[in-house]
Design a protein around this ligand. Structure first.
Ligand SMILES: [Zn+2]
Length: 318
């Protein structure tokens, strides 16, 4: 537990620095954030999909700082002192619990009560699935799968919660947050409709993925996920498990094995070549798509692209 102790000590140091420097809470969040608006609420979000959600609802009224640096893998994130400072200077913090990012969880548990801290996995309307446990260690609290953002209907539920929390700390703009959330919910609905439409009639209903990120998407659209690695990407399969995955994929008629951007496609390629399948990209959105894929990309465009690739890879009737 050396790791936990270190994080706690770090938070302690950052806290004492804040006591000594009185301007701490008002200045630091903005210096990291992108917004120049002086009356923007300093808000922290744990990683890309939640940053996007908060930005779309808060628009120019929030200054969002993300905790997961560009290109970093979010599951095993370890917070740097800059992130701790941003957390302490925030008016609201949005994150996903269930041990998705244990370091984030430890840090938010120590924040003072006047900061609105929201674990979006507990939002009304968010229904959690069990973490798939057949690929080695089951480390998540209660074994819940944190990848809710890959189901647009769960994003809708989280959008309502984000608007409610922002409205509670800034009642004067509550109506604006609500109306932004409604607009976002409409966009998410169109993504949901598109996925449903594209995936309603497919020759193959099994998706083979790099890591177990797509269970919510699979469940929503009548698919079954076979994941090469576990919920966290460091849960790598042994050769016998890999062999079993290839056998199951072949039995399910899989012709495309999906891999994720910024992850090594090696294991996906191994499975694909074993069963004579192609490989294609499927984005789990754990990285900022502007950085990972290209400019102008966001949650909506990437999910629409996912719908296209899934439809093609599964031989769906459009
Ligand atoms: Zn993941």
């Amino acid at each position: 537990m050396t790791y936990g102790f270190r994080a706690t000590a770090l938070t302690g140091i950052a806290l004492s620095a804040c006591v000594l420097v009185s301007a701490c809470s008002s200045g630091n969040g903005e210096s990291i954030g992108s917004s120049e608006q002086s009356d923007a609420l300093p808000v922290v979000a744990n990683f890309y999909p939640i940053e996007w959600l908060v930005q779309e609802i808060g628009k120019e009224s929030v200054s969002v700082v993300g905790l997961t640096p560009t290109g970093a893998e979010p599951h095993d994130l370890s917070l740097d002192p800059k992130s701790i400072t941003a957390l302490e200077g925030a008016k609201a913090v949005f994150y996903l619990g269930s041990d998705f990012q244990p370091d984030v969880q430890r840090a938010v548990d120590q924040l003072p009560e006047d900061i609105a801290v929201s674990d979006l996995l507990t939002s009304p309307g968010v229904t959690l699935l069990d973490a798939p446990g057949d690929l080695g260690k089951e480390s998540l609290t209660g074994n819940k799968d944190p990848h809710v953002w890959l189901d647009p209907s769960q994003m809708q539920a989280m959008a309502v919660e984000v608007a409610a929390v922002l409205g509670s700390i800034d009642p004067a703009r509550a109506e604006q947050f609500d109306s932004n959330a409604k607009e976002l919910i409409r966009k998410l609905q169109s993504v949901d409709d598109e996925l449903r439409g594209k995936l309603k009639d497919c020759e193959v209903t099994t998706i083979v993925t790099s890591h177990a990120a797509f269970n919510y998407l699979a469940q929503r659209y009548g698919l079954t996920q076979i994941a090469i690695a576990g919920v966290s990407k460091d849960e790598q399969p042994d050769p016998a498990t890999l062999e079993e995955i290839a056998r199951d994929a072949k039995a399910a008629g899989v012709r495309t094995v999906f891999f994720e951007e910024q992850l090594s496609p090696e294991l996906s390629e191994t499975v694909a070549s074993e069963i004579g399948a192609n490989v294609d990209l499927l984005a789990a959105l754990e990285f900022d798509p502007e950085e990972a894929i290209g400019p102008g990309q966001d949650y909506i465009s990437v999910m629409k692209d996912n719908a296209q690739r899934l439809s093609r890879g599964l031989g769906c009737v459009d």
